[in-house]
Design a protein. Sequence first.
Length: 109
Amino acid sequence: MSDMEEVRKMFSTLIGEQSVIRGDIKDVKERLTDLIRLEQAQMNQDRAIERMGHVIDKQDEKIEKLELTLVDVRVESVRTMTKVSLIGGGGGAGAAAVVAGLLKLLGVI
């Protein structure tokens, strides 16, 4: 084999290896792109979870306020029943039953 044929063979081999390397580089780029997309999706999910946490916290605050309001309504109803009982004398039990019925209709008790 002449030197020229050997040089051509080496050159051909180098070109083939270069094609393989380019293919590997392309694969690596695609994998990196996929990883970046996955990372962005994960960050979006994390943000969504954080927002949901804030929404849940606000709902918990609203529930707590409603519970406090409910306690206030119950305390006020007991005060009203007590006043009716004290003022009405013998009819206090009937008035208390009326107030209790109203509270039941309202869903307080």
